[in-house]
Design a protein around this ligand. Sequence first.
Ligand code: ATP
Ligand code: MG
Length: 402
Amino acid sequence: MNEPFLSAIPILEALESNGFEAYFVGGSVRDYLLDRKIDDVDIATSATPQEVKKIFSQTVDIGIEHGTILVLFDGIGYEVTTFRAESDYRDYRRPETVHFIRSLIKDLERRDFTMNALAMDKKGRIIDLFNGIQAINDQLIETVGDAKERFHEDALRMMRAVRFVSQLEFSLHMSTKLAISKNAYLLKHIAIERILAEFTKLIRGSNKKQALTLLFDCQIIDYLPGFKDHTDKLKQCLELDVNELSENQTWLLILALIDVNEPMNFLREWRMPTKQMKYIVKALSVLKERYQSSWTVASLFYATKEIAIDAEVVYKTMNKQSIYMIKETIENEFSIMPIKTREEIVISGEDLINWFNRPGGPWIKDLLQQIELAILNKEIANDRDEIKGWSRTCNLPFANDC
Ligand code: ATP
Ligand code: MG
């Protein structure tokens, strides 16, 4: 065993010495067997949340109704969840209520895929009741039990299956894939926020081309906000080299391919965080300008570095060109710019009012913009005297009176 499991062993020991069972479970055990990076371990126990709270001095009730308590130990937080069975599935969604149980077997049985239904004890012994290790070796995603039944219990599992294809570079087991194709329509019952969370992991994954192909093949695409009426245009992304794209770059490509009139409304339907929506919409307008003309110092500056990189990567991807060194090249362009942001200009609107002895007005913004351009194009230095001298020669309606 390695970190972060080793540091968490005292938690299992504390639970066991109080007469309970405790194991590492779920994705962390899967990722351990795959030698993937593990951010945090999940612990499952036969102790009820109240019993967990009695054992540890520092706890936080992060999801007590679902049986999850955060145990703080040595400055690290560990999610400890009581074994549970989820029987009250209604409306194809995860259940509102859960039943705490004392049996590990039942807890593993309710998990989505065999690779995720593994447990590991404090000695590193794996409990594998559903051939999860075999599935990991075969790189296959297969439901625990009958796929149709499991997707009817919670339709989100279909999205999860496809995002694991992208994240782990695994394939769908044939019966699981068939059941997704037949039951994709159940996704209409799932909250957009949960779908977005899985879709985000999908487009962050390294095998998104395969996963996106599956979204089409299994008809999931029709149940993703805004995608249904644009499937032909969207399908073009399957011909492109999308695996290298980041999350925001993938969104940008999707919007560029679909070419929606109101990208903000489109993203709002996905309930995307406002900050990210604004970023992507701005990047889209930069990308559209990029279709028209190549970069200038000014267009890079107005785009900002991050957006310029994203727009250029998507532009080249759409044109089936290499994206090699784009980031480095654009970063270099920025490093040699005389100013990186408007705030770096050494004069202000106030200075202009004084120099020209004119009341404030829209002319200030215009002139500042001209000054900014002149500095960027290295016509003048970012220096008060030079700017002052240059401003007087500017083509302003009143400049001659000064
Ligand atoms: P990731 O690496 O993305 O965190 P994960 O497998 O840990 O992947 P989580 O969403 O963190 O995924 O869920 C933790 C575990 O809980 C899963 O491994 C699985 O055992 C179980 N699980 C999560 N969601 C479901 C679900 N909808 N139905 C059944 N079991 C689930
Ligand atoms: Mg996890």
